[in-house]
Design a protein around this ligand. Sequence first.
Ligand code: ATP
Ligand code: MG
Length: 565
Amino acid sequence: MAENNTAPAPQAAAPRHFIRQIVDQHLADGTWDHVATRFPPEPNGYLHIGHAKSICLNFGLAQEYGGTCNLRFDDTNPTKEEVEYVESIREDVQWLGFRWTNNFFASDYFERLYGFAVRLIEMGKAYVDEQTADEIRRNRGTLTSPGTPSPWRDRPAAESLDLFARMRAGEFEDGRYVLRARIDMAHPNVVLRDPTLYRIRHAHHHRTGDAWCIYPMYDFAHCLSDAIEGITHSICTLEFENNRALYDWVLDTLGFDPRPRQYEFARLNITGTVLSKRRLIQLVREGRVRGWDDPRMPTISGLRRRGYTPEALRDFCERIGVAKADSTVEFALLEHCLREDLNARAPRVIGVLNPLKVVIENYPEGQQEEFDMAYHPEDPGMGSRKVPFSRELWIEREDFMEDPPRKFFRLSPGSEVRLRYAYYVTCTGVVKDDSGEIVELRCSYDPQTRGGWSQDGRKVKGTLHWVSAAHAVPAEVRLYDRLFTTDDPMTVPEGGEFTDNLNPESLAVVQAMLEPGLASVRPGMRCQFERMGYFCADPDSVPGKPVFNRTATLRDTWAKIAQKG
Ligand code: ATP
Ligand code: MG
């Protein structure tokens, strides 16, 4: 199973991974003079970060080598596929920053695939079998024993052709017949023991409607779709390694030359989450999350809503590289890529997540002033905005301690701190409610420290963020923790389910106070709340009532993990 390889160091140079090496070789030795790839999702769920790896690889190769990349929906399974998924997949690929050469559907080729199947029957390379699915499974043999040929294996081609046509015409119920390739029932590779090519399925298809009641199997449709599109390098994940022999058999038997070849790479696994559509569907259906785009989901739409940038995801995919061996990548690396991107680009603004009222007793009632705050400390080009200051403010509750330990440099009774960009203030009193909870602080300010600097050289160690209470915008802020409590959610005691590992505290909602400029935000707007993390405006926001998701805290744990190796 998956061994836990160490992910590449944060600054590793773009690796010349094995697929790039194969392509280089093919272009050098004349095997191909161009590169044509495809990304072939089955539209049976939303894309996740694992798919992003495949997208970056396929579209990235096309970009790098000046080739083409098709988006092809592998829609050969009528019962699990939905139009909603098709649309979400298109949106996600484009959001990641890629443009397909063509958008095809495997169902576009149903008529041609049927024709290829007929040709195989005529060649004596396929036959209609009437064993039940169970019998077929039992007669397949095992890794150590050969299979048993079907009694129908040698039926004349004319008979198979007739039955196959009648299967198509809808004469038979589901499961009555299948079309099988006629290869070798004793082949050491079980995949080649007369695999099923077509089955009867009376089901409505999202594109072809009721035109078909037989549907091709993945192994038959996939290689032929690649060949029809003139794909040169057909890249897929390792679980298809054994199927490559069948891929080759179908195309060689039908005489495609030159023809695409399949290359397998290791799928992406990430600590603390699951990357399988089946499992993600379960989380959605059981209401464990708020939907496919819940910001805790590892889906591309979830990461987008959370505030991840396409640049960060592409950077991540480049850094993890492409290898033949399964490995698990630390979630912290993904966050690291995000922080690097947002650190450079996200405007700094003020949000107080857990507000505590401060009254500045010696600041005149009714007075107010404005301070100019830069959007980015290192990038003056991002400009600045004016932020109001007045007698009553909100500060972060955790920035005050009534009985602080040594080395607590923030606010406590009698201590002086800087309110960022504004003044030095000293805490002069604490107001509590009947239950003893602190509800308000009383402070005094030093008018000589305007701008946040004292003229007498007096230093303070703490700097706090704040918003003026009279101007503050209340906002719902959603704070996320990891979705699962364990690094490998799939490991559960016997009889358990991966959902047992869900973190019941993965979402905390707080009522925050924001600076007035954030009253109306465009959903998707990303920023840093100074000292509190990176945030992204949620589509639930309405004018005057913003909702923010915390994308990530500011603390980067990646360097530490990378060091440990
Ligand atoms: P899942 O296991 O989540 O259902 P899938 O492989 O069935 O995924 P497809 O729609 O068939 O999903 O995948 C489209 C492409 O994305 C395939 O080429 C597949 O190999 C690739 N892919 C899927 N999951 C990953 C992953 N975790 N890492 C890298 N590539 C992946
Ligand atoms: Mg699949």
